[in-house]
Design a protein around this ligand. Structure first.
Ligand code: NZQ
Ligand code: ZN
Length: 390
């Protein structure tokens, strides 16, 4: 296990098919004024809104509602949230939704305590809040599994005018104080979003797995999570109301990106960087942007990380090593990944997401190049990967 690190995660999780019953109790330690933020209204159709408002009432909170958080939340929406927090002297932001709503709540929580241009400072500039800066506590009720936002410090914001989508990973002080995880809440997620979430989880694990050459406990944890996810995804695609499958997916999502499996490792994240740039150009669903470029990307870097790709084939996809060279095995692993993407119905080509030939250079320029992967890409290589993914 290489690397020196600190591991601490302050988010208290309430998990299970009655998890919402803990919400009133979870709300208690916080002040009276709650900003209840949610998305486009799905929570009003599936009953989650009623559960949440009943708990807020039972906890004696006064509530200001901020609906309309869009998938891929924008910087304009962020400004609206900051205004709502300041005008109402908010004590807690309660985010009810998927990654977009929870990311948004974290962004507002930090931006409300900063007087300058929050987008420039925290997202473009990647600054951390000053020590002692006011950060509004965030609580989460998760309605869709995928991003891991319920137990991490990530906040991804899109600036449509600048064609930039940028993630800022804040520290412990911004992570949700608590999260309610009821797998049954995810039953009403539209099939395409469920699949996008599943692929997002897989991608988070692979971004942390495909790096380093040492024998590292984190990689074994990752393999276990990937195996569980693949098994559960096959069941959930056949029957979205399979509680066992949906609960495993939800739990895998949380552990895929709550910092644990990246400990003691460099990390890749290039699939996400390319995916985010695609998102900035097309507003496409996050998980689909990742599935659309993954196979081309991994084929491109395979040579530089061959033993790990061979291990991926053996330990994640159960591909027998006998009679195969390391290269053949590595290739078979990537092929299995591609086949699974097709089986679950995730995007296999980015042209289906609205990417057109004339966008490729711009998307490549909007892609941040990260240093931790097996092979540091050039801009021209990103264009090649995008072209192969069309
Ligand atoms: O807006 P509503 O009406 O709630 O509908 C949402 C939305 O249309 C719907 N949905 C969610 N739960 C539902 C439901 N519909 C019916 N029943 C339910 N129970 O699903 C749609 C997508 O929701 P969204 O929150 O956008 O999805 P997701 O959880 O995939 O979040 C995506 C955002 O998270 C960012 C992405 O970039 C994107 O902006 N990410 C955040 C990360 C983090 N915090 O660490 C990491 C990820 O890599 C990712 O970048
Ligand atoms: Zn993701």
């Amino acid at each position: 296990m290489l690397g020196n690190f600190i591991y601490s995660n302050p988010t208290k999780l309430y998990f299970g098919d009655q998890a919402q019953k803990n919400l009133a109790e979870a709300l208690k330690p916080f002040g009276k004024r709650v900003l209840l933020t949610y998305g486009g209204g799905s929570i009003k159709k599936n009953g989650i809104y009623d559960d949440v408002t009943a708990a807020l009432k039972a906890a004696g909170k006064s509530v200001v509602e901020l609906p309309g958080v869009m998938p891929n939340p924008t910087v304009e929406k962020l400004t609206e949230g900051v205004k709502a927090v300041r005008e109402n002297g908010i004590d807690l932001i309660l985010a009810v939704g998927g990654g977009s709503t929870i990311d948004y709540a974290k962004g507002v929580a930090v931006a409300a305590g900063y007087d300058g241009d929050a987008w420039e400072h925290f997202w473009v500039g990647q600054a951390n809040p000053e020590s002692g800066a006011k950060i509004i506590p965030v609580g989460a009720v998760l309605t869709m599994a995928g991003t891991g936002s319920e137990m991490n410090g990530g906040s991804v914001i899109t600036n449509p005018a600048q064609k930039l989508k940028i993630g800022k990973v804040f520290g412990e002080e911004v992570m949700p104080k608590f999260a309610i995880l009821n797998p049954r809440y995810t039953f009403s997620v539209p099939h395409r979003q469920m699949v996008a979430g599943i692929y997002d989880i897989m991608s988070h694990i692979m971004e942390q797995y495909f790096s380093g050459t040492d024998d590292n406990t984190s990689d074994y944890l990752s393999e276990g999570l990937m195996r569980s996810l693949i098994t559960a995804s096959r069941a959930a695609v056949l029957n979205p109301e399979d509680y066992q499958a949906r609960s495993n997916i939800m739990w895998a999502a949380t552990w895929a990106l709550n910092t644990l499996i990246g400990k003691g490792k460099s990390q890749d994240w290039m699939v996400h960087m390319i995916g985010q740039a695609i998102g900035a150009y097309t507003d496409a669903t996050h998980g689909m942007t990742l599935s659309g470029v993954s196979v081309a990307y991994y084929r491109h870097i395979m040579e530089a990380g061959m033993p790990k790709f061979a291990r991926f084939a053996r330990n994640v996809w159960d591909i027998p090593a006998e009679g195969k060279s390391e290269r053949e095995l590595a290739e078979a692993g990537i092929e299995a990944l591609g086949a699974w993407i097709g089986q679950i119905g995730a995007a296999t080509e980015i042209s289906s997401l609205g990417v057109t030939e004339d966008m490729l250079e711009g998307i490549a320029s909007a892609t941040f190049i990260m240093p931790g992967s097996y092979k540091k890409l050039s801009r021209a290589e990103i264009v090649d990967i995008l072209r192969e993914s069309m």
